[in-house]
Design a binder for this molecule. Structure first.
Ligand code: SF4
Ligand SMILES: [Zn+2]
Ligand SMILES: [Zn+2]
Length: 305
């Protein structure tokens, strides 16, 4: 039996290709928690007295964020509430909603489920039947961000914590770069601050997706494991496959992509510093850079079909 390179006692559950480190269950859990706390401190993601809304889908990433924030921060420094978005994806979302609801209840944390149907009169399934020129994730991301931001304001939360992991961040960097969308690139980072939107924090940003999944198993967390049926058609999925393939022979490639990006992100942000002039959407009143926000312009387009 191969034993843990840290404690020298227990059976190894992970061997890291990039460092050669081999860890047992307990040492691995501790290692991930320390890594997340280090990111939180380094990037100054949490301040005393924060009220944080966790976007809790029931998937491994958001469950792990809630687990770590609740264990290490809630009693001492912050107040947590949770929101789950029901996009209306049949045979997929219900299980995640149930897992998220049960987990928030188990921790005694405020929780609300908000659906696309109640908010916009349309489920994502219905939207995809009506639309023929835009990918599901474009609608889903825009609609979900709108609900989460509104919910955070209603709850007087001053930050939104999301479960974005290392894979998500590097995918976003590559996708936006390859699409030439440098303005969107300027919005990527551990803490997304804005004068008009509730700031977002990403405590898991430096942890690979695989390790978050393993953390959930090691901690015996109940997690929604199914994949969204729309995910396989997305550009993000293509990028994800490329990065996974590259990681086989270059195990540090995601870390170096993130580190490289972090070195140039301030310069990119400065380029766009004065270009984010927000007013209010004339229909919903939410912040928008044009007279109609993206949600209302999508709804206008969909309702005319
Ligand atoms: S994969 Fe796309 S459609 Fe599915 S939940 Fe994620 S953003 Fe929404
Ligand atoms: Zn150990
Ligand atoms: Zn609007």
């Amino acid at each position: 039996m191969e034993v843990c390179s840290k404690c020298g006692n227990h059976k190894v559950i992970i061997k890291r290709k990039q460092s050669g480190q081999a860890l047992c269950e307990n040492c691995f859990i501790e290692n991930i928690q320390k890594k997340v706390i280090k990111t939180i401190k380094k990037e100054k993601l949490i301040d005393k007295g924060d009220k944080i809304l966790v976007a809790l889908s029931g998937g491994k990433d958001s469950v792990a964020v809630l687990d770590i924030l609740h264990t290490f921060y809630e009693k001492k420094v912050i107040d947590i509430s949770t929101v789950t978005i029901d996009e209306g994806i049949s045979k997929y979302r219900d299980e995640g909603v149930k897992i998220a609801t049960d987990y928030a209840k188990e921790l005694g944390i405020e929780h609300e489920v908000i659906s696309f149907k109640d908010s916009f009169g349309l489920t994502l399934d219905k939207i995809m039947k009506k639309s023929n020129h835009r990918g599901s994730c474009s609608y889903c991301g825009v609609f979900r961000r709108w609900i989460i931001n509104k919910s955070a304001k209603k709850l007087h939360a001053n930050k939104i914590a999301t479960g974005h992991n290392l894979d998500d961040e590097t995918q976003a960097i590559l996708m936006n770069y390859l699409e030439g969308n440098i303005h969107n690139l300027s919005k990527i980072g551990p803490k997304i601050e804005s004068k008009v939107f509730v700031p977002k924090i990403k405590p898991l940003r430096e942890v690979p997706e695989y390790e978050i999944g393993l953390y959930g198993i090691a901690k015996n967390l109940n997690i929604h494991r199914a994949a969204c049926p729309y995910a396989k058609t997305s550009f993000r999925m293509e990028i994800s496959q490329i990065m996974k393939k590259l990681s086989e022979n270059h195990p540090t490639i995601m870390y170096s992509t993130l580190k490289g990006f972090d070195k140039i992100k301030t310069a990119i942000k400065n380029q766009y510093r004065n270009s984010n002039n927000f007013s209010r959407c004339k229909v919903c009143g939410e912040p928008s850079s044009s007279s109609l926000c993206q949600v209302c312009s999508f709804l206008k387009e969909l309702n005319n079909k």
